[in-house]
Design a binder for this molecule. Sequence first.
Ligand code: ADP
Ligand code: MG
Length: 660
Amino acid sequence: MELAKLKLTAKRKTICDKLGLKDSDDILSYYPFRYENYQVTPICDFIEGGNVFFEAELLTYPSTFRYGRKSRTSFKVLYEDEELSVSIFNRPWLKGLDIGDKIVIAGKYDGNHKITANQYYLKSIEEIKGIIPVYPSVAGIGQHEIRKLIESVYGQLTASLEDDLPLEYIQRHRLVDYRTAISNIHFPKSEMLLKMALARLKYEEFVRFYLAMELIRDEKVKAKKGKSFDERKLSSFIDNIGFPLTDDQKKATREILADIKSSRIMYRLLQGDVGSGKTAVAMIAFYANYLAGYQGAFMAPTEILAKQHYESINGLFGDCRIVLLTGSSKNSDNLKKEIADGNVDLVIGTHSLFQDDVSFKKLGLVVADEQQRFGVKQRRKLKNKGPDADFLMMSATPIPRTLASSIYGDMDVSTIEVLPAGRKGCDTYLIKENSLRSFLDAIRKTLKEGQQIYIIGAAIDHNDNTNIKDVRELSQAIGQLLKEYKVECLHGRLSDEEKETIMARFHANEVQVLVSTTVVEVGVNVPNATMMIIYDADRFGLSQLHQLRGRVQRGNLKGSCYLLTASKDKDVIARLAFLANCNDGFEISKYDLKTRGPGDLLGYRQSGLPPLVLGNLLNDEKISKAARADAHEIIGRTDDFECQNLIAKLKAAAFKKYID
Ligand code: ADP
Ligand code: MG
């Protein structure tokens, strides 16, 4: 139901806006990310360091001790005939209480009759105890307000909350009904009921996810003209590519060529670690497409990368006519006309390739580099550019094979697992401070030997509130430190021309140290750069750091990478230490998937698939598997009203947002 139809106070409407909740479904599926379990702790169960929750009687007036902006408030209470000393930090407003008042304390027992409270309540314990949900929130919105909002909406809609899942499947897996599940995920009455609610909602989430995937697949299984080309010419092109293909490259090439020849539109993902040689495979596909008499489009995520692809391909393709079309191309109108007239065989560019005013005479193959997937919308748009166009996506965030089939169930997947021989790899060091002073010697040595260095920062500008190093200040400081060398700063706010000039100078070794934001993340190739230093490494995802590190494994020299962090957080350090010890992109993405979920890593939002909020493809393998099989079954049951109803609803709701 839309927000307007719900009875909500103006304040609650504002909360919905701030949390991005657009209708009652959004609100009811705004799930807690964890729970606090408040059960009364009898004093005989107090153990040192353990959590406690109890109601007591105030024995002394609270007194507050302030230090700077912090404070500590202390008082004594009586609980089960024992006198306890309670301290609570930064809650100086605890006053207006009288001796003998009841107070509920949640906190930790420090032993020796001492408690450090983290919450107190001036209500009866009966009102508070139980399992309390904790919701993701934004500044200024309290947990209490979110709970009240959901309570209100649930109250208004209880009678109309019905199952979308067919009854048969609910019974098959002994799941609770939807209303019970929603009630218990938000207001759990016991651990058991919460568990059952979670199982039910996760299952449904997965079923919707896999149904959407199958629906997208149906969308794309469209006929096209099979392409044929001169195999001998293609073989000699492959022989001249400059190196023998690895077995994995050969296999991927075979799979892609078979798709190109077939009369089904190709929708394939080519995944492989950084440096595994995906581009070479794409080039072969483009050449086959060219020999078949079709135009190709190569889409890169950044102009820098587009230009680099253009330069490396240009020499190899004989008399194939290749152009570079980016936002900053000067004669772009002219280029567009040439493309439309069919005077261009291969266009290399950025997203600008797919603007409405770019039309192709005979588009046969689209390759998107460093792009896990096109959303359904983008795919539609591309299809309009040519009915016979095949799609190949390339991703350097490779997923283990078994997982790939469930995450990318709507695509075919080719995987390059083994890197070309002779790769030297990269030594990674974790530095537990945000400074390079401890390895300054290594830096000087690298520069002295004529090699170059990337330094990555997480911010462009200085910000007093965060302690993040910004690239502008860094590049000045480092320029001072390494006076004999040329240091330049690269970031997304420079004009395309400025960026290009700096990259060109770094390429030519006129600049030895490039201080940059993550614009160099994807694909950039400067083989003489062998050292990478990443400030505030905790700010980046592991897969992203691995990508960055891939920039210094391009040549014959061994690379080194320094991850700097000021964080003291145990989990953060463990995450970075894992990366320092592992150079396998598959393992790294698995770790990221486990801890962060696929949404972050793979950009589900734009994919057309419903997001997985509760479920995790790695940790909930069993439910995921059952749901996948069921989704497949549900799609096939065209005569079943309940199944068709679920599909129709899915299409009408989330899915439709992406399809049209
Ligand atoms: P990525 O998969 O990260 O896009 P690239 O295609 O850019 O990797 O390849 C990385 C480097 O490895 C390039 O310089 C490329 O020329 C080289 N390369 C690719 N395949 C092979 C191979 N089979 N043997 C040797 N070098 C290769
Ligand atoms: Mg690449």
